[in-house]
Design a protein around this ligand. Structure first.
Ligand SMILES: NC(=O)c1ccc[n+]([C@@H]2O[C@H](COP(=O)([O-])OP(=O)(O)OC[C@H]3O[C@@H](n4cnc5c(N)ncnc54)[C@H](O)[C@@H]3O)[C@@H](O)[C@H]2O)c1
Length: 450
């Protein structure tokens, strides 16, 4: 199989003249990523990823650029493609290629063909290590290894169909470790494991506590509100905000919306999460009950068709609807399109107006793609510092333990999590108490009572 080396191409970005602005943004983000910076400095000396061909499919943001610099400093031969057609920061992509020599395949607003052409480019790199945000890269590899070419997008299929059977299997067999960044990706990979088709070891970086406790909650919380405001300039105070899903992301969105003065209603399918929302002081209703009440709707469930036709028709005139879950399937936009008498796309950037037959105008933000990355800049660097420190260290750990890793979804080792948390606290100037000898003994014993 012909190997397209990273050095053989520069990637595919929108415009290299944007590189100077992109570089400023990468450097600005880096100021708030001290943990990742410390790891990069060590990687530059120790080169733990030397000899590894690596393909990453991530949101192409300033924070991701700093992760990519870290992996490259560690010796990885890295290429990067987008994990969403709307989340790429074109200036950052240009700078990554021009200033940091990292091939990037990503253009903001690219169509599905371009998106999958770029995924194909990442596959053509024939990686030993992959890093995904949503499992698009790994799922394409698995379909290829299983000879299920009809399940691939046409762009990937066109390339895969030229590979012989041995090369198709080798594509997956060559991968010694695969990192996954988000909840939706981990769900897909666990489903592959359950179906017995996961042919490579995966590290569920999303499940590290230093990732989802902070990134999903505080990162998605703040940046989703930021995306809604940038897209609409709307006032949140006094508005009814419906948050579908009270998981890590939903908790963050609800918390921040309440902080801005919104009245927040939660919809859930899990009784424990619903109860948690009630005890946290939110109203909990079904989406059918909430539909006529909401001014702003946000889905963050990782599920499909959470808001459907019957809910759209019940909504108020002027309701705004967006998604911050991984895929653009949480809103049944096909049904909304069929219900609409007319659709005015781009009434402002990232806002499409659907005029229903009852005259109500509904506003869909960011085409139903994750609003925090479509209309805003994604999570702040300070929180990505932890997620991407966990990514870099999980990559190092998995490359060091390749012979022991079974083809299943693995947790990030606790030691990695604790190291990231300790270093983050240290960079914040925060010290912790240490257990005394007496306390250590007490916490390990059962003899002492009242
Ligand atoms: N926007 C971002 O930058 C960003 C960041 C991290 C994660 N994500 C994505 O956000 C989504 C949620 O992630 P999470 O970590 O909060 O997951 P989670 O599993 O902690 O929470 C999801 C919640 O949604 C609920 N849910 C499922 N179906 C529902 C339905 N039909 N109606 C109402 N609630 C429903 C579940 O019961 C669960 O409580 C995933 O797709 C994840 O990949 C996005």
């Amino acid at each position: 199989m012909a190997i397209v080396t990273a050095k053989a191409h520069k990637g595919d970005v929108k415009d290299f003249s944007l590189a100077a602005v992109g570089r400023q943004r990468i450097e600005w983000a880096e100021r708030d990523m001290p943990v990742l910076r410390a790891i990069r400095e060590r990687f530059a000396t120790e080169k733990p990823l030397a000899g590894m061909r690596m393909s990453a499919c991530l949101h192409v943001t300033a924070e991701t650029a700093n992760l990519a610099r870290t992996l490259k400093a560690g010796g990885a031969d890295l290429v990067l493609c987008a994990s969403n057609p709307l989340s790429t920061q074109d200036d950052v992509a240009a700078s990554m290629v021009q200033d940091y020599g990292i091939p990037v395949f990503a253009i903001k607003g690219e169509d599905e063909h371009s998106y999958y052409r770029h995924i194909t480019a990442a596959l053509q790199h024939l990686p030993n290590v992959t890093m995904d945000d949503g499992a698009d890269l790994v799922s394409a590899m698995i379909f290829i290894a299983l000879d299920r070419l009809d399940d691939l997008h046409a762009e990937v299929r066109a390339w895969a169909s030229k590979l012989g059977p041995a090369d198709r299997k080798a594509l997956v067999a060559n991968v010694v470790a695969s990192m996954e960044e988000t909840t939706t990706g981990v769900i897909r990979l666990r489903a592959m494991e359950k179906d017995g088709v996961l042919k490579l070891p995966v590290i569920a970086v999303n499940d590290a506590q230093t990732k989802h406790f902070f990134d999903n909650r505080y990162g998605t919380g703040q940046s989703t509100i930021d995306g809604i405001i940038r897209a609409t300039d709307t006032l949140l105070a006094g508005r009814q905000m419906i948050v579908c899903g009270y998981g890590w992301c939903g908790k963050g969105v609800a918390l921040r919306a309440r902080g801005m003065g919104s009245h927040v209603i939660i919809t859930e399918v899990d009784p424990i999460r619903a109860l948690e929302a009630v005890m946290d002081g939110f109203q909990v209703k079904t989406i059918a009950e909430a539909a006529p009440l909401g001014d702003i709707f946000v889905t963050v469930t990782g599920d499909i068709h959470v808001i459907r036709g019957e809910h759209f028709v019940a909504m108020k005139d002027g309701a705004m609807i967006c998604n911050s879950g991984h895929f653009n399937v949480e809103l049944a936009l096909d049904e909304l399109g069929q219900l609409a008498a007319s659709v005015n796309t781009g009434v402002r950037e990232f806002v499409d107006e659907y005029v229903l037959k009852n005259g109500h105008r509904l506003y869909v933000l960011g085409e139903g793609r994750l609003i925090n990355l479509a209309a805003a800049h994604g999570h702040p660097a300070s929180v990505m510092d932890m997620s991407f420190a966990a990514q870099a260290l999980a990559t190092e750990w998995s490359v060091r333990h390749t012979s022991k890793l079974e083809h299943k979804v693995h947790q990030v080792p606790k030691a990695v999590d604790e190291f990231v948390a300790s270093l983050k606290l240290q960079t914040m100037g925060i010290s912790l108490d240490k257990l005394t000898t007496e306390q250590q003994k007490y916490l390990q014993s059962w003899e002492m009572g009242t």
